[in-house]
Design a protein around this ligand. Sequence first.
Ligand code: ZN
Length: 85
Amino acid sequence: MHDHKECKECMQFLALLSDYQDGELDLALVGKFEVHMGDCERCQAVVKTLRQTIVYYRTTRCTAVPRDVHSGLITALRACMDPED
Ligand SMILES: [Zn+2]
């Protein structure tokens, strides 16, 4: 289920996540991202969390997720994915 190779792929997608979320990602990469996500519960959770965060800000007053919230989320996820053994 979880190996280093998969983890590396997740990291690559995390790096692209903000472009993906902004709709600025190349279509070919969007396709790859979605194929990977279909197979990877962690990336699904990341995108779900990010969307919930965005919905939260939209339903309050802001129209965009502040940069620091966004990057804080990604930093937290990276730390969480870091192999510890
Ligand atoms: Zn993944």
